[in-house]
Design a protein around this ligand. Sequence first.
Ligand code: LLP
Length: 427
Amino acid sequence: ARTVRRNGDGVVTVGGMPVTALAEEFGTPAYFLDEEDFRARCRAWAHAFGPDADVFYAGKAFLSKAVVKWLKEEGLNLDVCSGGELATALAAGMPAERIAFHGNNKSAAEITRAVTAGVGRIVLDSFQEIARVAHIARELGVRQPVQIRVTVGVEAHTHEFIATAHEDQKFGIAVADGSAAEAVRRALGHDSLELLGVHSHIGSQIFDMAGFEVSAKRVVRLLAAVRDEHGVELPEIDLGGGLGIAYTSSDDPREPHEIAKALHEIVARECESAGLRAPRISVEPGRAIVGPTAFTLYEVGTIKPLEGLRTYVSVDGGMSDNIRTALYDAEYAVTLVSRVSDAEPMLVRVVGKHCESGDIVVKDAFLPADLAPGDLLAVPATGAYCRSMASNYNHALRPPVVAVRDGQARVIVRRETEEDLLRLDLG
Ligand code: LLP
């Protein structure tokens, strides 16, 4: 978070509050989120894309009622991908027309709820879903705005993108074999659907603009083909999320204005050469907004030096609050935050308390050799896909999310209790 500093005792402070006091008040493990940083990132995205574009925050990265309120206040829209996320958005008062509903297998109940609520767009992911949403909307007497999720044959991750046939995945409808054109034909054939445009999402944690550019180009060409076949200029394109963030110092992320500029330029150029009116662009950043705004605070419990190998440092959380290291081999940094130490650095692996050897939080890190039980460690950049992917493995109690702003800390998602766990268990 932007407001992280150390005070005179070497204790890290967040939004003016020492982490030792935060640990005392809220316990560990816990996620601490810098609200002002979150809001500033929302504003940076909205400003970078300007009034002729829409920014949808991807709720899968982390969603709570407080987050919805911040999005509402900062003028962002929201992308949800399940009935649960939709329910959270509506419960927190997000206007339905600012919600986009995603997913490759939405249930009839979810679709009905979304159409009834009046969501601004449903992103259709298959031929069955085109028919299903058309049918439900017709039954409800609604003309439902929709987009079609297409796969443009680009897959991008981190520093690489591949622009060949990457259609072998479950999302979207392929452009290359004409399926996307057929999907447009079918959607236009339903009076109960209002086809707004097409949607493309090419991957996550991306640093290379080239993948987005190829995707934008292919999407605009599809719009041109639609115009040629149907005489209709679809008014919108969505280019998805995926912009990478810095997890460690070796990551070099692009800024929102860089991606906005690249996308606006390529869309304008392609539209001009195709003789199309420029469509309204939207994007769906999740990680880039919330990822850097939070860190996880852990307490060290045991320390086990393995001669000639490394030292295992066990903390009071683990794969139940951050599955990303085990699942994706993700890299994180870790810092001693409860004091300063002049001791030599030692190579450590920070692990959790779960019954699983893959329960690793940070694979390789250097921490001071005088590290001791009771020390507090912070793992930065855990705002995205950590709390939202947290589990109750080993009946772990999922940690709270505490929002810090102007020297005030407020629990926005409380810590789970044993009663919460037992309430679901009917014996
Ligand atoms: N839009 C769509 C349609 C998506 O599928 C996603 C992410 C996003 C937007 C937001 O992407 P972002 O800007 O956050 O990269 N659990 C994984 C990431 C899975 C992302 C899935 N879709 C992780 O922890 O890295």
